[in-house]
Design a protein around this ligand. Structure first.
Ligand SMILES: Cc1ncc(COP(=O)(O)O)c(C=O)c1O
Length: 397
């Protein structure tokens, strides 16, 4: 049985703050500061360049990839860390398209994160006029997976509403139609159990700064299925994806294995923070995490609906169809969010009218949910959100 009191004690949460934004940026693990100090002072400071070998910096992207693989149900040796998620979306999509060269249509949905869509547009533009990005409504994805589709590029959990696609079902449908799949797991990894190997997904990518608590700017991950791992074209042919980078040949020969998806120098300090953050998952059963997440989400929905009829649930009502976040529509969601933040209840706002709360049982329990319900109710009942100071938008919402 997972002990979520024990995992909560591993995080440095400011006194009085109720943090319901771990779906955007996870909180600081207490072990991170000491790990950074060790990396900077003892490794970089004392070992300098020899740290690449002595401190194992060069092996980190695959070593940490294996730790993430366990959390997403991937085979060991099939996940590697590096770069940002947007870059990994580009790389995975380009690589998948090359594996299906006679088809030119990429299917995605309007619930996808805009950066994925922008990256796909940029890629397809450079590939030529015969390529097309087809964007359909999330509920229409299945029926649009036709024999024209080269690759489906989908984010499993919608960043605004928390609506969750059926990854296994859509992957099977894509394969039946002769398409490959690229799944973005930004809002899935660390949010609930994933069974990537079992679903048969071809490529998957994700970030590690949300539910995995790797800190701002933490590296992304990429997964390639076993059948492509040793021959997929890496597209972004960086030297650290080369079979023999330190032989410095001028011809590019990709490494065997998932190492080929590496590009350039890894962000060592960020990798170490992530490695320390991943210790929080020791002893956590992801099925317990999911059960706790559903119970907390149901509690939040029931409490808000009972007290605040002005807020309308934006997330699916059926927990099976939700990730690990709960969102509500409200006409002045930005102002409401700011009023909550001023009381130490941290959620966030997504345009045009969504208030989001991330549910992370590693450090959120019923006391936090009840406090959030009480604060939302008070602010709504007293119209306390309706003040000019809560309506000026910050650059980051
Ligand atoms: C689903 C999804 N995809 C892609 C991105 C972009 O990630 P990055 O800024 O790390 O490139 C995000 C960022 O939040 C996201 O939520």
């Amino acid at each position: 049985m997972s002990d979520f009191e024990a995992t909560k004690a591993l995080f440095d949460l400011p006194d009085g703050m109720i943090y319901l934004d771990g779906n955007s940026l996870g909180p600081l693990p207490k072990a991170a500061a000491a790990r950074v100090a060790r990396t900077v002072t003892d490794e970089w400071g004392k070992m300098l360049i020899t740290g690449w070998n002595k401190a194992g910096w060069m092996a980190q992207p695959t070593a940490i990839g294996d730790r993430i693989a366990r959390l997403i149900g991937a085979e060991p040796g099939h996940v590697v860390m590096g770069d940002t998620l947007s870059i990994k979306v580009y790389q995975a999509l380009a690589s998948a398209l090359e594996l299906n060269p006679h088809r030119k249509v990429v299917l995605t949905d309007s619930g996808n994160f805009p950066s994925d869509i922008y990256m796909a547009e940029g890629l397809l533009k450079s590939l030529g006029k015969d390529y097309e990005l087809r964007v359909v409504a999330p509920e229409d994805v299945r029926k649009n997976i036709t024999e024209e589709i080269a690759v489906t590029m989908l984010t499993e959990v919608d960043y605004r509403t928390g609506r969750k696609h059926d990854m296994k079902h859509l992957t099977e449908r894509a394969h039946a139609a002769g398409a490959l799949t690229v799944w973005d797991l930004a809002h899935s990894a660390g949010a609930f159990p994933l069974h990537l190997a079992e679903t048969g997904a071809d490529f998957a990518v994700g970030c590690s700064y949300k539910y995995l608590n790797g800190g701002p700017g933490a590296p992304a991950f990429i997964y390639i299925a076993p059948q492509y791992r040793d021959h997929a074209h890496t597209v972004l042919n960086g030297w650290l994806g080369h079979a023999t980078p330190f032989a410095f040949p001028l011809e590019y020969t990709p490494a065997t294995g998932v190492d080929r998806m590496r590009i350039g120098t890894p962000a060592v300090v960020q990798m170490q923070i992530l490695d320390a953050a991943l210790d929080a998952w020791r002893g956590v059963d992801l099925n317990d995490l999911r059960a706790a997440s559903v119970a907390l989400s149901e509690r939040l929905i029931a409490g808000v609906e009972a007290n605040c009829p002005d807020l309308r649930l934006a997330s699916p009502r059926d927990p099976e169809q939700r990730g690990s976040q709960v969102s509500f529509h409200f006409q002045d969601a930005y102002a409401l969010c700011q009023a909550l933040i001023a009381r130490g209840i941290i959620g966030d706002f997504r345009a045009p009218d969504i208030l989001r709360f991330g549910i992370a049982p590693l450090y959120i329990g019923t006391a936090e949910i009840d406090a959030a319900i009480a604060a939302i109710s008070e602010i709504i009942k007293g119209r306390l959100w309706d003040r000019p100071e809560w309506k000026t938008r910050n650059a980051v919402t």
